[in-house]
Design a protein around this ligand. Structure first.
Ligand code: ATP
Length: 218
């Protein structure tokens, strides 16, 4: 059972309020879409849930445990934020294998499986620095899902992807949801977001201005 509770979270950076009184409850087996114009706070909210930044007011808890108090980071999470830090001189598989080595939660076959899932070849020895933008994006998604985490957070996963890549991402998100993960995704294409999401939070200037329930299962 996975539950994320964002409880009246406000975040101020210098004199800028980047999140304002945001409240949201999220559950496993569902896809939550974050919608909003550039600078509306989508990435900040994701960073807050990942535990990379702390609220100025309010709190975020994962399964009842407060981030920054009871735990530093969610126990089981995979994410893609802009510009994943892969090493240019290694192949896609080698990069993921090194990352997996930190926690030892993904076996080599699982890594190969997630590389295949994003439409890349796990046996391709091409160095990451020679990857196209779309290939880099695909590898970032593979890294986020390879450990089959309870929570999957993808910031603009369809960026730089062609039609086939977008199709793959849609399939991957649905698969993650079906295996019971709690998925949070942002996307500037409202059509894609509506198609995928069970619920959408629309942000504007750091506030949730709309909460849509689209639950296709109901
Ligand atoms: N490192 C930072 N320091 C201070 N302010 C920041 C920082 N990063 C982002 N911001 C500000 O926080 C606000 C929210 O930005 P955020 O990146 O969450 O927007 P977003 O909705 O993800 O936008 P986009 O669609 O462009 O990705 C913006 O006003 C932005 O200028």
């Amino acid at each position: 059972m996975v539950q994320i509770e964002v409880d009246h979270v406000t975040k101020r950076i210098h004199k800028n309020t980047v999140l304002q009184d945001v409240t949201a409850v999220m559950h496993e087996g569902r896809i939550y879409g974050l919608q909003g114009v550039n600078g509306s706070g989508k990435t900040m909210l994701m960073r807050m849930i990942i535990g990379l930044i702390r609220p100025s007011e309010g709190r975020v808890s994962i399964n009842g445990r407060v981030l920054g108090k009871d735990i530093e980071f969610p126990e089981s999470i995979g994410f893609l934020l802009e510009n994943p830090a892969f090493l240019g001189r290694y192949s896609g598989f080698d990069n993921l294998n090194m990352l997996a080595g930190i926690r030892r939660l993904a076996a080599p076959e699982q890594i190969r499986e997630s590389i295949r899932a994003v439409g890349l070849d796990p046996m391709d020895r091409k160095k990451y620095r020679k990857y196209s933008l779309g290939m880099k994006q695909r590898l970032g998604i593979a890294a986020a899902i390879m450990e089959a985490p309870d929570i999957v957070i993808l910031d603009e996963p369809t960026n730089a992807l062609d039609e086939a890549g977008i199709g793959l991402v849609k399939g991957i998100l649905t698969e993650q949801k079906q295996r019971g993960a709690l998925v949070i995704v942002s996307c500037h294409d409202i059509g894609i977001l509506k198609e995928l999401s069970d619920e959408i939070f629309r942000l504007d200037a750091g506030r949730v201005v709309e909460h849509l329930c689209l639950d296709s299962a109901q």
